[in-house]
Design a protein. Structure first.
Length: 152
């Protein structure tokens, strides 16, 4: 995916088992961020950064939606533990991640494996991608500020 591309119509299922579609965001911009795993240090820092900037993002018209391979139950626990005020999509079969180009080869301790490439998409009111933050750009503890620096 690249700026100007449209998102798939169905994004997936949220932490409560509800289907999330792009039509639900029609006319408003939103942030679609992909992260590797609930309750890990980097992913928690990123989620809390977005949580803490929630009022400022909302004042600019943005909603936040997170996506990982974790289960709906895991997302519910992650939301509760960290008081996250936004939707998390469960994508255990990597359908959305593959469609968005964020499922790929990673390396940890010399071992190669497939996983979620931490990536954030800014989506315009018309449902098109306006900006992509790549894994190398994202600093988890200050990611919300990185986004705010772009959208302000």
């Amino acid at each position: 995916m690249k700026p100007g591309d449209h998102l798939p119509e169905v994004l997936g299922v949220d932490q409560n088992g509800n289907t999330v579609t792009t039509a639900q965001f029609a006319g408003a911009p939103f942030i679609l961020y992909f992260y590797p795993k609930d309750n890990t240090p980097g992913c928690t820092a990123e989620a809390c950064s977005l949580r803490d900037a929630g009022a400022e993002l909302a004042a600019l018209g943005y909603r936040v939606v997170g996506v990982s391979s974790d289960s709906e139950a895991s997302h519910r626990r992650f939301i509760e533990k960290n008081s996250l005020p936004f939707t998390l999509i469960s994508d255990p079969d990597h359908t959305l991640q593959e469609a968005m180009g964020v499922w790929g080869e990673k390396t940890m301790a010399g071992r190669k494996y497939m996983g979620t490439l931490r990536t954030t998409f800014l989506i315009g009111p018309d449902g098109t991608i306006t900006r992509i933050f790549t894994p190398k750009e994202i600093k988890t503890k200050i990611h919300a500020q990185q986004i705010l620096d772009v959208i302000k």
